[in-house]
Structures are given as structure tokens and as C-alpha cells.
Design a protein around this ligand. Structure first.
Ligand SMILES: [Ca+2]
Ligand SMILES: [Ca+2]
Ligand SMILES: [Ca+2]
Ligand SMILES: [Ca+2]
Length: 354
């Protein structure tokens, strides 16, 4: 709260109505929100990685905040991440997914009414999450993918018509889980940040844009247990920070920007257990950005080889003082506690920073 001092900002403690659930496909793991049919109301796209029904569910807004029943569109196998952007420049927002199982990116172009044409697939490597942004400054959004198995970020430049050039790969660290796009050194060109989880050397990599959508060699910062990175100005100096979720350490790290795209040592803030993703937004309307995390609570222990876990979303809101609310514990999803190859379970949901 900021009483007095001439403040006229309307400030309220954030609160949320009881959830309303809508059916998606099997194992919905990633969600993105934007106006897909051009009626001015935000719609929802969800990646469903459930076996034999891999798809994106599109749920159009009825206009009153409720959503229409889903319509599903086939993607590649095991889509773990969905992003939205106008890839072919027709003014209608399109979809792209990263597909872990057959190592592709699927692009689905909007027919113009919020329905989508059949996918087109591009070879991608083992990309586990995607970010979207215009990396080469031609006005058409491009894609960046975190490649877990090769420890790199793959950049897919848009040819302009929604088809993608072959990927360019940039070395990051080991076990790259997440990538984010934002202008980190204030030259007007979007840069990349990547979270590299490998326990032997957890790092956050920063790669600056050379200006043409190619990237300079990485600069690494020591991370804690980095599995997700997002970019946003947290201290109001106009230069974006990095906010990083630490899966097993119940924390998020904030790396403050020195102003030139280099970053200070991280500062860690406590969250819930199994923090899988983090987003930035002004949750209470005071004009200052807050952080929200998804925390997957491991009842039977990730990495122990035991079966089953319960996921409990919690919201940790930080804005001067901290409030944490834990919603009712409920079994959401069961899957092996540790994936056989050591990778993490995907997030229950992820939230774009807008
Ligand atoms: Ca809409
Ligand atoms: Ca389009
Ligand atoms: Ca571009
Ligand atoms: Ca830049």
C-alpha cells in the first residue's frame, strides 16, 4: 500500500474468484492467452501432451469471460509449450508448439476466425520450451527454443510467411530448460536469456543480439536450480531484470540489470516447493510489477524414482511485502516422480508475462 505522498493509484490486495474449469485434451501442460478471433476478447490456447491425442486446444472467449468448448488441432508428438504470435503477417494470431517426442516445432496458421489450418512441422531438436519475439527486426515474430539435450538455444527465423528458416543453434549451458526474449542492453534489439539446470553447474545464460537476429557468445551467471526464466523490469529503472524459478530450492532468483545487459549476482526469494515457472505482472494495480510462480509440490519426491506426485498451485505475490496463498491441495496429475532420463515434469501451467 502506498498511502499519502500524493498517490492516486488505485491499490487493492489481489484476489481471485473461485476457479472455473474447462475441459482440454489430455495432460494440459502449457497455456497462452491472446485474442485469437479478433473480437477484442482474449482467448486461450493449451498444449496437451497426452499420448495419442497430442494437440492444441483452443477455447474462444464467449465475450463474458466464459470460454466456449474447446476445439482441438493436431500438433507434433508431446507438445510441451505453446506460444502465440502473428507469424504470417495477416493480422491474425497464429500458434506454435515445441514437440518433445518427435523433436519438431509445429506452426498452425489462423484461418482468420480463430480456427486453425493443419500444422506444418519443422525439425527442432529436443526443444522443451519456446519463446516468441521479432529477433531480426523485420516485423515478423521469430521463435527461440530451449534445447534440453544439447544445452543450447535454437533460433528459428521466420521467413515472413509463417514458415521457418532452418534453426541456428547457440550454446548455453547443460540441461537448458527455458528461454526468454527481451531487450536486455537497451539497444532496441531483443536478446535471449536461458536457464540451464545441470546440478554440476547451474547457470543462467545471456546472449545479446548482434542486431540481425544472430547472437553473441553467451555470458553466464551462477544460478541456484534454474528451470524457468522470464524477463521484466522489476525495479522501475526501465532496464529489465531476469526472474528465475529454482525447482528444488523453493525460491526464485532475481538478477538485477546493471543497465547494459550485464547482471548483478542473484538475490533469492522464498516460494513454495517445486517452483516450476515464474511470471511478471502487476497483480494489485499499484503500477509495480509482482511475481507469480507455479509450485509443483512433490509428495513422493521428484528424482527418487517413486511413482506419483500431487501438484499444488500456489501464488506467491511480492510487492514490498509478501503474501502467499495456498489453494486447496488436490490431485491434479500423476506421473512418475522422476523422468527416466532425468528431465523434469512439465509445468502444470505456465503464464506468459505478456
Ligand atoms: Ca477473442
Ligand atoms: Ca497470422
Ligand atoms: Ca523476425
Ligand atoms: Ca538488445
Amino acid at each position: 500500500m502506498v498511502p499519502g505522498a500524493g498517490s492516486s493509484l488505485a491499490v487493492s490486495v489481489p484476489s481471485f474468484a473461485t476457479r472455473k474449469s474447462y475441459a482440454t485434451g489430455k495432460i494440459p501442460v502449457s497455456v497462452a492467452i491472446a485474442d485469437l478471433n479478433g473480437d477484442g476478447k482474449p482467448d486461450v490456447a493449451v498444449a496437451n501432451e497426452g499420448a495419442e491425442s497430442e494437440s492444441v486446444s483452443v477455447l474462444l472467449n464467449r465475450g463474458d469471460g466464459r470460454l466456449q468448448p474447446r476445439r482441438d488441432y493436431a500438433t507434433g508428438l508431446e507438445p510441451s509449450s505453446v506460444v502465440i504470435g502473428d507469424l504470417n503477417g495477416d493480422g491474425k494470431l497464429d500458434l506454435a508448439t515445441a514437440n518433445e517426442d518427435n523433436h519438431t516445432v509445429s506452426v498452425l496458421l489462423n484461418r482468420g476466425d480463430g480456427s486453425f489450418r493443419a500444422k506444418r512441422d519443422y525439425p527442432a531438436g529436443f526443444v522443451v520450451s519456446l519463446a516468441i519475439g521479432d529477433l531480426n527486426g523485420d516485423g515478423k515474430p521469430d521463435l527461440a527454443g530451449a534445447d534440453w539435450s544439447s544445452g543450447s538455444v535454437s533460433v528459428f527465423i521466420n521467413k515472413g510467411d509463417g514458415s521457418l528458416q532452418p534453426k541456428h543453434t547457440y550454446r548455453t549451458g547443460t540441461e537448458t530448460e527455458s528461454v526468454a526474449i527481451g531487450d536486455l542492453n537497451d539497444d532496441g534489439k531483443p536478446d535471449l536469456a536461458a536457464a540451464n539446470r545441470y546440478a554440476g553447474r547451474p547457470t543462467v545464460s545471456v546472449l545479446l543480439n548482434r542486431g540481425d537476429g544472430s547472437f553473441s557468445a553467451k555470458h553466464d551467471y551462477a544460478g541456484a536450480d534454474p528451470v524457468w526464466v522470464t524477463i521484466g523490469d522489476l525495479n522501475g529503472d526501465g532496464r529489465p531484470e531476469l526472474a528465475v524459478a529454482n525447482f528444488e530450492l523453493r525460491s526464485v532468483s532475481v538478477f538485477a540489470n546493471n543497465g547494459d545487459g550485464t547482471f548483478r549476482k542473484r538475490r533469492d526469494y522464498a516460494t513454495g516447493n517445486g517452483t516450476r515457472s515464474v511470471a511478471i505482472g502487476d497483480l494489485n494495480g499499484d503500477g509495480r510489477p509482482d511475481l507469480a510462480t507455479t509450485d509443483l509440490e512433490a509428495e513422493h519426491g521428484f528424482g527418487t524414482g517413486q511413482q506419483g506426485c500431487w501438484l499444488r498451485p500456489t501464488a506467491c505475490i511480492r510487492n514490498g511485502k509478501r503474501t502467499c496463498t495456498a489453494r486447496d491441495r488436490r490431485p491434479e496429475r500423476r506421473r512418475p516422480g522422476g523422468l527416466s532420463d532425468g528431465r523434469l515434469p512439465r509445468p502444470l501451467y505456465s503464464v506468459g508475462a505478456g
